[in-house]
Design a protein around this ligand. Structure first.
Ligand SMILES: Nc1ncnc2c1ncn2[C@@H]1O[C@H](COP(=O)(O)OP(=O)(O)O)[C@@H](O)[C@H]1O
Ligand SMILES: Cc1cn([C@H]2C[C@H](O)[C@@H](COP(=O)(O)O)O2)c(=O)[nH]c1=O
Length: 217
C-alpha cells in the first residue's frame, strides 16, 4: 500500500539530506521517482542539503497541479513509483490534497519534508494539511539545539541580528553562523521558552556581558 509520509523538524535538522537519501535508496532499487521543491536556498529547481548534496528537482509554483502532472506523465507511458517533495511547508493546502489523491488513487508513495511552523510559531498551511492527511508523520531524529542546549522546536527570524515576529511569511534564508556579522535576514532555531522570550544566542550573550548595576542606595 502506498503512503503519504511527512517528515518534519526545525530548520537545519537534516530534512533535505533525508529527502535526497530517500530518493537515493529508492532509485538504487530500480524505483522511478520525481523530486519536487520550491524556494530552495540554492535557487530554482534544486534540492540542496547543508551536507553538500544537491539534486535537480521540479519547481512547484503556486498553480502547479500534482495530480495533473502525474496523470499526464503516466498517460504518456512513463512510470512513477514515488514522489519526494521538499520544502513542503510552502505548498498550498490544495497541493497537499492532490498528493494524497496521488497516493490513494494511483498507489504512488509520497515522501514530503518540511518545517511545521513559521517564524511567528504559526503552522504553515502546507504543513497543517500534511498533519491532517499524512499516513505517517515522522519527527527527524537528529535534534537541532537551542543555544541553551535544549532541543530546538521553533524557527526564529532575525533582521540585522534582532529577532522579529512580523513580516512576510516566506523569506528564503539560512541559519545564522554565530561567528559572522549578522545578515539582513537570517534564522535561528530556539527552544519554545527562548522563542517566547525572543532570546536569541546573540541577545543572551549581550545580556550576560552587560555590567552589573552598581549597588547605590
Ligand atoms: N560540517 C558539518 N558536519 C556534520 N554535519 C553537518 C555539517 N553541516 C551541517 N551538518 C548537518 O546537516 C544538517 C542540516 O541538513 P539539511 O538537510 O540542510 O537540513 P534541513 O533541510 O532540515 O534544513 C545539520 O543539522 C547537521 O546535522
Ligand atoms: C521559519 C521560516 C523559514 N522560512 C524559509 C527559510 C528557508 O529558506 C526555508 C526552510 O528551509 P530548511 O531547509 O528547513 O532550512 O524556509 C520562511 O520562508 N519563513 C519562515 O517563517
Amino acid at each position: 500500500m502506498a503512503e503519504l509520509h511527512f517528515f518534519t523538524g526545525t530548520m537545519d535538522s537534516g530534512k533535505s539530506t533525508l529527502a535526497l537519501q530517500t530518493n537515493h535508496n529508492h532509485a538504487a532499487r530500480g524505483r522511478i521517482g520525481r523530486i519536487f521543491t520550491t524556494h530552495d536556498r540554492a535557487g530554482q529547481a534544486v534540492v540542496s542539503s547543508r551536507l553538500g548534496l544537491t539534486h535537480d528537482a521540479l519547481e512547484v509554483d503556486s498553480d502547479f497541479d500534482f495530480w495533473k502532472y502525474v496523470v499526464d506523465t503516466l498517460t504518456r507511458g512513463s512510470r512513477i513509483d514515488y514522489l519526494v517533495c521538499d520544502e513542503a511547508q510552502f505548498y498550498a493546502a490544495e497541493q497537499i490534497d492532490q498528493l494524497a489523491k496521488v497516493v490513494d488513487e494511483l498507489q504512488i508513495d509520497v515522501f514530503a519534508f518540511g518545517i511545521l511552523t513559521d517564524f511567528r510559531s504559526y503552522l504553515f498551511p502546507g504543513s497543517a494539511r500534511l498533519v491532517e492527511l499524512a499516513d505517517r508523520m515522522n519527527v527527524l531524529q537528529v535534534e537541532a539545539l537551542c543555544w541553551c542546549g535544549k532541543r530546538a522546536t521553533h524557527n526564529a527570524r532575525t533582521e540585522n541580528g534582532a529577532m522579529v515576529v512580523e513580516g512576510e511569511v516566506i523569506v528564503v534564508g539560512d541559519v545564522e553562523q554565530a561567528d559572522e556579522p549578522p545578515a539582513d535576514v537570517a534564522y535561528e532555531v530556539l527552544c519554545r521558552q527562548h522563542h517566547r522570550r525572543r532570546l536569541t544566542a546573540a541577545r543572551a550573550k549581550a545580556v550576560s556581558l552587560a555590567p552589573e548595576p552598581l549597588p547605590f542606595g
